[in-house]
Design a protein around this ligand. Sequence first.
Ligand code: ZN
Length: 198
Amino acid sequence: MYQIPAMTKLINELTKLPTIGPKTAQRLAFYLFKLPKEEACKLAESIVEMKEKISYCKRCFNIAEGEICYICSDEKRSDNILCAVAECQDVIALERAGSFKGRYHVLHGVISPIDGIGPSELKIKELIKRIKEYSTKEVILATNYDIKGDATALYLAHEIKPLGVRLTRLAYGLPVGSDIEYADKTTLLKAMEGRREF
Ligand code: ZN
């Protein structure tokens, strides 16, 4: 459309990003064009560096630089208590609240038959294995309070309860349908402290 292939290519790539439509992509592309070359290159380099250095933690499936993430490597944290979350962003949100001193397990999604996501697509087998291998005493289910989050929590309860560990879920202080990822610090702190048997 511009007869300028390099610009068209950049706009096409930006349009693939979430929440970025064609107009925003065009605005961003021109913004980047006007930036000093070093500034634009810093952005490009940081994307390449992130892709080269970051992968998933072999233990909890959170993002990590290296094999094991900083939370799994922290000796001050307790192995006795595991908090199961849907996405890595939920770890960041709960860490910001700051009260939880156990370990996490990132499921990488929630059960959603309509999207073809069943339990085997999630890191549930790995969670069960961890519960058995470590001396886990409590598992906190920290999925969102919506249909998919509830279905996932119920499935996990069915799998985990027979193992004889305490099972809790974040308290209902979290608004129904809201994302843990976007909840504020105080809400998450209360949800964690007020967690109940599930
Ligand atoms: Zn980890």
